[in-house]
Design a protein around this ligand. Structure first.
Ligand code: B16
Ligand code: MG
Length: 217
């Protein structure tokens, strides 16, 4: 079998926006009167904004009405959006641009598959829209990861069958989404947080297309 396409998650794979999400959720937790640690934040990675809020409230042992929850999600997003305004291409994780260019030169199609509704803002800030053949973000899907919709749509728009796709993900929910979509999965980060990936890399600094082809075959 041959790799025809690679699909990249955004937050935690291309850029480290997880820290901005964390600070925004921590502010909400502090305002509500409870602690929210970086370890707790691991559970929020890759899942949608509303599901993140539900988990946050579970951690804080709080039950709130839907209207208050909508307000809190909006406050969190406003805080997050203001913190990503300062982003620039320096925040692209090491090796990502080189690897995307190598894939492109090797004839591999490239898609973004992110749960974030703010993905286009981030891609504009870091100036890498042109490196993706297809972009699927949280505004284009109705089912959040671990549902495979975001990756299935990306593959379909690229015109590639799932079994020829490789997904790069930093979150458990995203790995499950790729697994549910029948794709090969490279976890990006620490192996203990990335159960069920086919292979785990710490980042993109040294990965090459030849290596990827070797792991996949
Ligand atoms: P937003 P990804 C995900 O992006 C983040 O990992 C997750 O923490 C966030 O809750 C989700 O996007 C929604 O983001 O509030 O900006 O719509 O990792 O799928 O690129
Ligand atoms: Mg992610």
């Amino acid at each position: 079998m041959q790799i025809k396409a690679c699909l990249f998650d955004l937050d935690g794979v291309v850029v480290n926006t997880a820290k901005y999400h964390y600070l925004a959720w921590k502010k909400i937790a502090t305002d509500l009167g409870f602690e929210f640690s970086e370890l707790d934040n691991e559970r929020l990675k890759g899942i949608s904004r509303t599901e993140s809020l539900d988990l946050l409230l579970e951690i804080g042992n709080l039950k709130l009405d839907p209207e208050t929850k909508n307000e809190l999600a909006e406050i969190k997003n406003n805080f997050y959006v203001s913190s990503i305004q300062k982003m620039n291409s320096d925040e692209i994780l090491p090796g990502v641009i080189r690897f995307l260019n190598e894939l492109h030169d090797g004839g591999i199609l490239i898609a973004l598959g992110s749960a974030s509704k703010n993905a286009m803002t981030i891609l504009n800030k870091i100036n890498i829209i042109q490196l993706f053949d297809v972009i699927i973000d949280g505004n284009k899907v109705s089912k959040a990861k671990p549902d495979p919709e975001v990756f299935i749509k990306g593959a379909a728009e690229l015109g590639v069958e799932p079994q020829y796709c490789v997904v790069f993900e930093d979150a458990q929910a995203g790995i499950e989404a790729a697994r549910n979509g029948g794709m090969y999965i490279i976890g990006v980060g620490e192996a203990e947080n990335l159960k069920n990936a086919d292979f785990v890399i710490p980042g993109f600094e040294t990965i090459t297309l030849d290596q990827l082809i070797n792991w996949y075959s």
